[in-house]
Design a protein. Structure first.
Length: 417
C-alpha cells in the first residue's frame, strides 16, 4: 500500500527544495506590510528541513519582537555574483547565460525580446512586474514596426514576445524572485475575444503513437551505438516508457526512494506533477522489465553522481540541465538525436508518442476511463466518487489490473535483444 503523508506544519516544497511559511500576527502586519513570510531552508532533504524549521521560525519570531523586518532571503546572503541582480537586465542575462541547449538563433531572438521589455520597463526590479505592465508592453509591441520591413509586427512575432516573457516569468518564479502566489502576468495576453476566429498554426504536427517495430528499432540503434554517453540510461528509459505510458521527465527524474520492489511487480511513485492527478503510482509488471529496473537500481548505487544533487537518483550519471536542473534535459536530447538518426525516421512520432501508444492500448483493451486516468495521471473531475471520496484510498488493485491489461495489450515488453 502506498500512502501519501502530508508535509509537517509550516514546511512546503519550493522548486526542488523546502521552505517555511510563517503567518505574521495581526499586530505586526502593518509594520512590515506582509501577511506571510517565506524563507528557504536551503535543503532538498525533508529530514534536514524539519530540523532547520524550528530554528528558522524562532529567528523570524525574534526579529519581529525586536522590531526588525524579516527578509525572505537568508540573514547572511552570499555576495552576489555578476548577473545575479534583481532587475530585468540582470535576470535576463542570468537566464540566457545558464540556459543549456538553446539554439543560437533562439537565444538571439529571446535576447532581443528581453531587451525590448527592459527598455519599456526602465529596467525595473522583477518584483515590480505585474499584469498591467505586461499588458502595456504587449500593446506597445502591437503598435511597433519592424526594423527590417517598416511594417507592423506580424501576429507570429507578437506571439514570440509573449511566449518568451511567459517562460522568463516561470524562471523567475523558480528562482523565488517573484511572488509565488501571483499568476503569470504574461500568460493569455493574446487570448481571442468573443467571435474572433482561431488562426490555424501552419507548424502544427499530427504526431501519432509509436509502433512496436519503431520502438524496437530505436532500441537496436541505441544498443549498437556504444559511443553514446548515456547508452544504458537511454535503454532503460525507452523500455520503461513503453510499459508505463509515463512522460519522459517522470522516468528520468525518479529517485531510488520512489522505487518499491514488491517481488512480482515494482511500483514507481511519481510524487511531483503539475496537477494532483499527475501524482500517482505506476507499476512495472513484466518479468524482464522488473529485472531491467533492478539492474538499473543496483548500478545507480555504485555509480559516481554527476553532481551532489544527482546522488540517490535512478540515473545519477546524467548531467542536470536547463534552468530547473533536471536529468531529463540532456537525456531527452540524446533520445531525440537517436530517434532522428533512424533510417526510417519521418517525423511522425516523438518520445511523447510512447505515452500516446499506452493510452491508445488501454482504450483498445476496454479499460474504464476512470482506471485509465488513474494510471496515466489524468483528472477524474467529473467523477466525484474518485476525485473526492476515493482520492486517498488504496486503489492499488485497480491500478495493478490496469497495468496488467496494458502489458497484455502491448504484447509484452520490448525485445531485450
Amino acid at each position: 500500500m502506498t500512502r501519501t503523508f502530508p508535509l509537517p506544519d509550516y514546511v512546503f516544497r519550493r522548486g526542488k527544495g523546502y521552505a517555511v511559511r510563517y503567518s505574521v500576527p495581526t499586530e505586526y502586519q502593518a509594520l512590515i506590510g506582509k501577511k506571510q513570510i517565506v524563507r528557504g531552508l536551503g535543503t532538498q532533504d525533508l529530514a534536514q528541513a524539519i530540523v532547520k524549521r524550528d530554528q528558522v521560525l524562532k529567528e523570524i519570531q525574534n526579529e519581529l519582537r525586536n522590531g526588525r523586518v524579516p527578509e525572505t532571503a537568508p540573514a547572511a546572503p552570499k555576495p552576489k555574483q555578476a548577473g545575479e541582480g534583481s532587475t530585468v537586465r540582470d535576470t535576463a542575462h542570468r537566464w540566457l547565460t545558464q540556459s543549456d541547449g538553446i539554439k543560437a538563433s533562439t537565444r538571439a531572438r529571446y535576447r532581443q525580446h528581453l531587451e525590448a521589455f527592459e527598455r519599456y520597463s526602465g529596467n525595473t526590479p522583477v518584483a515590480q512586474i505585474d499584469r498591467a505592465m505586461a499588458l502595456g508592453f504587449i500593446q506597445h509591441i502591437q503598435q511597433s514596426r519592424s526594423e527590417r520591413t517598416g511594417e507592423p509586427l506580424s501576429q507570429r512575432s507578437i506571439q514570440s514576445y509573449q511566449s518568451c516573457l511567459a517562460s522568463y516569468w516561470r524562471v523567475l518564479d523558480h528562482w523565488g524572485m517573484v511572488d509565488a502566489d501571483m499568476r503569470n502576468p504574461f500568460s493569455s495576453l493574446l487570448r481571442r475575444v468573443a467571435g474572433q476566429r482561431k488562426k490555424a498554426d501552419p507548424r502544427a504536427k499530427e504526431l501519432r503513437p509509436v509502433s512496436r517495430k519503431e520502438a524496437e528499432s530505436l532500441l537496436r540503434y541505441i544498443a549498437g551505438n556504444h559511443r553514446l554517453k548515456y547508452q544504458s540510461e537511454m535503454l532503460v528509459t525507452v523500455r520503461l516508457l513503453w510499459v508505463t505510458g509515463c512522460r519522459l521527465n517522470e522516468i528520468c527524474g525518479r529517485s531510488l526512494s520512489d522505487i518499491d520492489d514488491r517481488g512480482d511487480h515494482i511500483r514507481i511513485t511519481i510524487p511531483e506533477a503539475k496537477t494532483d492527478a499527475g501524482k500517482r503510482v505506476v507499476m512495472i509488471v513484466g518479468k524482464d522489465d522488473c529485472e531491467l529496473l533492478r539492474s538499473a537500481v543496483a548500478k545507480a548505487k555504485m555509480s559516481e553522481p554527476s553532481c551532489p544533487d544527482s546522488r540517490y537518483l535512478l540515473f545519477p550519471r546524467v548531467q542536470l540541465g536547463g534552468y530547473d536542473k533536471r536529468p531529463s534535459h540532456y537525456l531527452g536530447k540524446a533520445l531525440e538525436a537517436a530517434r532522428k538518426a533512424l533510417p526510417e525516421h519521418r517525423g511522425e512520432w516523438d518520445m511523447h508518442s510512447f505515452r500516446r501508444n499506452a493510452v491508445s492500448a488501454l482504450v483498445n483493451a476496454g479499460v474504464s476511463r476512470e482506471a485509465l486516468n488513474l494510471a496515466v495521471g489524468h483528472s477524474n473531475r467529473d467523477d466525484i466518487g474518485l476525485d473526492v471520496y476515493a482520492k486517498r484510498a488504496d486503489l492499488s488493485e485497480v491500478i495493478r489490473a490496469t497495468f496488467d491489461a496494458l502489458f497484455a495489450e502491448l504484447g509484452g515488453s520490448l525485445n531485450p535483444d
